[in-house]
Design a protein around this ligand. Sequence first.
Ligand code: ATP
Ligand code: MG
Length: 297
Amino acid sequence: MAEVISLMDIDEDDNHQKQNHSHKQNKGKSDVAATDAKATPWVEKYRPQSLADVAAHRDIVDTIDRLTSENRLPHLLLYGPPGTGKTSTILAVARKLYGAQYHNMILELNASDDRGIDVVRQQIQDFASTQSFSFGAKSSVKLILLDEADAMTKDAQFALRRVIEKYTKNARFALICNHVNKIIPALQSRCTRFRFAPLDPIHVSERLKHVIEAEGLDAPDSGLAALVRLSNGDMRKALNILQSTHMASQQITEEAVYLCTGNPLPKDIEQISYWLLNESFMESFTRTHLNFSEYLK
Ligand SMILES: Nc1ncnc2c1ncn2[C@@H]1O[C@H](COP(=O)(O)OP(=O)(O)OP(=O)(O)O)[C@@H](O)[C@H]1O
Ligand SMILES: [Mg+2]
């Protein structure tokens, strides 16, 4: 238990320039293989398959990777904003622990499931107390994934305290949420916490380039920069904008990206601000109306 405590609160440093370089060669190999090309949304098609594929968060991922390899995985609490790789990381851990058969060894409960106290207790009990075998599994300890744990009622969270303790021998719990302050302190203290910060622009850009190359897209630098800017460190958002821009336009230009998201182009905003600061209000309004009527609708 000692190292579990010392690992508490490993916060992600946003500026890990060194990340990923050693993993570049592995990136994407497994990504592309398992997919049925056109039908799949790119967020799923390019979901990291292994821990090495997870962009950014190198400190966190390496720590989890090491603990997994040594079979010393603590209960985990991963938190941070959407689209930063929390669920992907846990699924990659499950794949590493149990191989392709990981579905048998992992119980996934998310906010859309009924997670009242009794349901949680019963489902977890049923799952944790039965023996499951998975070919090639490195571990017999099961994984219970509580995604969107911040949506659980306080009562259910209180009930979970005992459940976690009771099943620690047979199962590891991974709680995932956006808002860690909605998780009761007693649960937080039973887990090793990792904060997934928004991805920095370098990593979003690197990952997007990988997808752009794999899909054979025509995306000039200005288009890529617009995608990075509009996604604000949310990799899911970046991939969704890329895919919808691709459906609407041949080339992923800055204009196409802004048009697709409905955001006004930075150069248009600059022009309108210039008029507002240098012309009378009526004149600015008329010019804006004539040139950018779509923004006034
Ligand atoms: N660190 C990352 N590296 C590579 N791809 C990522 C990363 N983070 C997110 N993605 C992409 O975004 C998609 C969504 O990621 P994921 O489900 O892991 O996010 P999350 O952090 O669990 O978000 P939420 O809080 O909304 O559940 C993934 O399928 C993947 O395509
Ligand atoms: Mg998630």
